[in-house]
Design a protein around this ligand. Structure first.
Ligand code: CDP
Length: 211
């Protein structure tokens, strides 16, 4: 049976995770957050003191990894890992490694036939033939405010101006990189997530009811 896939792309802190979780719960789809995989790799590179600019060193270390956790954790949501994840995501070898994990996740998951996958290149590169593609739009200032609150609520020290600066820097890195830059995927529906979550879910429900 052909698998049913919804992709969600958008910039840092645009609410992809919350939206993906909502869709996963409401329409009983399996959720995969590809950002977690980049964050897990960043954490491994940090622990092993790998120079993130040295492609040969990265490649040598990637072949040594035989398992990566798909689970979220407080540690991998910290600002240092966010920044490092964006840095390593520019390399093609890293992207190929993560893409393979995603293909296997869908292929080997026999319990579920439907998936909602979020990231930066899911509708444009990883699952180009998805059944429904969403692209989440939110102003940088609103994203910074939400991320700031998230970090403070989780007990991390945080400064709004610094968060806004980091978000703008990550946007630049994600949009300008050579391999799989952040773009609005062909055929994607734009979701405005500037307002309330209820407003966002209304836009999504309208689209999903049409399928
Ligand atoms: O939660 P947030 O939007 O801040 O980030 P994330 O989705 O957890 O992703 C962390 C970083 O991984 C991003 O800044 C991207 O640079 C990179 N990433 C990517 O390049 N491609 C993906 N499909 C997912 C994440």
């Amino acid at each position: 049976m052909k698998k049913f896939i919804i992709t969600i792309d958008g910039p840092a802190a645009s609410g992809k995770e919350k939206i993906a979780k909502y869709i996963s719960r409401r329409w009983k789809l399996s959720h995969l957050d590809s950002g977690i995989l980049y964050r897990r790799l960043a954490q491994i590179f940090l622990i092993n003191k790998i120079d993130t600019k040295d492609i040969n060193q990265i490649k040598k270390n990637l072949v040594k990894i035989n398992k990566i956790s798909f689970r979220n954790s407080k540690k991998i949501r910290k600002q240092n890992i966010s920044k490092l994840a964006s840095k390593i995501a520019i390399h093609n070898c890293v992207r190929n490694f993560v893409n393979k994990l995603q293909y296997n996740f869908v292929k080997n998951n026999n319990k579920k036939q439907g998936f909602v996958i979020d990231g930066r290149d899911i509708g444009s590169v990883v699952f180009k033939k998805a059944n429904l593609k969403l692209y989440i739009e939110v102003n940088p200032e609103i994203r910074a405010k939400r991320r700031y609150k998230q970090l403070i609520d989780s007990g991390e020290k945080s400064i709004y101006r610094k968060i806004l600066k980091d978000i703008k820097l990550r946007d630049k890195q994600d949009k300008l990189r050579k391999h799989s830059p952040l773009v609005i995927p062909k055929g994607a529906h734009l979701i405005n997530n500037n307002g309330t979550f209820e407003n966002t879910t209304k836009q999504i429900t309208k689209l999903l009811e049409k399928i």
